[in-house]
Design a protein around this ligand. Sequence first.
Ligand SMILES: C[S@@+](CC[C@H](N)C(=O)[O-])C[C@H]1O[C@@H](n2cnc3c(N)ncnc32)[C@H](O)[C@@H]1O
Length: 496
Amino acid sequence: MIGQGYSMIFARSRVILQELNKVLPSTLWSQQLRSGRLAAMASIHSFTHDVFQPPADIMPSNSIDKEAFKKTATIPALKVNKRCIHKVLKAFKMATFSRPRFAVIREVLTNPDEKFFLLDPQNMCDLEAMTERQQSVLKENDVEERLHEYTLELTYKDWQPHEVLQRLLPDSVEVPTGFSRVGHIMHLNLRQAQLEHKKLIGEVLLEKTPGIKTVVNKLNEIDNTYRFFNMECIAGEPDTVVTVKENHVAYSFDFAKVYWNPRLSTEHQRIIEKLHPTDVVYDMFAGVGPFAIPAAKKGCEVHANDLNPESFRWLEVNAKQNKLSSRLKASNLDGRQFAVDIVKPDLITKAKEGFKYKAHIIMNLPAIAVEFLDIFPSLLSLVPSELKDKIPEVVVHCHGFSKSDKPAEDIQSRVEDILKCRLNCPEIHDVRDVAPNKEMMCISFSMPSTILCAPTNGDIGGAGDHQTEHQTEQSGSAEGSESDQDGPAIKKPRTH
Ligand SMILES: C[S@@+](CC[C@H](N)C(=O)[O-])C[C@H]1O[C@@H](n2cnc3c(N)ncnc32)[C@H](O)[C@@H]1O
């Protein structure tokens, strides 16, 4: 009776095994040990359960003793003929390790036709943990239903950066987790307590992250005009000129001198999808071109501007690199000046030429872009009346931060206050969470021509806040009679 039940018994739990231990005569045990089956079961107790915990005796230090990270672990493994390794891998995917750059298939030194398939003892510490499906895959592929003891030799190179840092940083210092990557640069935002260990942190991340040549730490929030981070190199080459790809377009720039945010790629793509190849685009705060370059690539005529001379320089480099210089004109002006010197004359030219498509104005400077909208009321007030009807439809895409619990309403009302009019069904998009309680929004709306062409006080007497030489020159041909016939109610147009 005992003989009949063997195969079932050995496939069952450790508890049953212990019970058997009590009842089976020692001769039967030794028979089973010889057969190999019991040897597999006996090994249950020796699997290492904390395989990927670095040795506990490593002491916090600012230098890396790689020898100290050596560890030997005993883990379960299936011995599989190489022909069916992929079928077994598929069935046991959930039971193996999922670690970057960790090979779960290893050589069997005594037989080149066989492989060890390593299993995670947390998921498969005995045969009982095997599902029926896994058992039948083993049977179908002639794989012995046995967990071998595999000796895994781990060295420094096998540890993930956070595992190394967990040991080397004092307990009181949190292991940094939030890093982003721009080309070959990894950038961190270290906290006060971590700063003392910045060299160690940089060194570990540099060595353990493929493709990273430079690790930088942000020195403060972006608070300067050009919106880039001040940074210091904490490991690797102090080379901050990168080439990155976003939405299949390559951009080069000096990350230490211009604004670049990899988290905006979806937003860039979203706006590009709104453009038609025949449209004209005015990108007021263009950076190094993540709206402007793809817009030109789509076929649009693009006028891209940035106040930062470095962004302007890279904008031109990127237009050239992407062979788009003929469709993209770059300028290095303040946003309001760009509206007056570039957008305004170009809209007038387009009106004269009978341009029938849309003009998109992109304004991605979320901290203050909304304020720049004050340049648009009356921007075209001096356009001859016969041309006013021919001004192309102007669609504004303006980004803004909001700390309100109703960010959409908040941004719309701020825009309406600046334009002194009610917007007709603007599209408001929540771009991303910037911080707890701070959203980046984008409001897209058709700029009423009545706003653009509204007469200024200057048209009937004096110049306003943003009067420029350009406008002053034209003031002789001022058109002051047309205002808000068919558009939204103009509350009180600002003057230029
Ligand atoms: C938030 S970044 C956006 C850059 C780019 N459009 C993007 O999506 O990555 C804003 C850009 O506006 C530029 N900028 C800041 N103040 C400006 C101003 N008054 N006039 C024109 N550009 C300005 C900065 O140099 C920066 O490149």
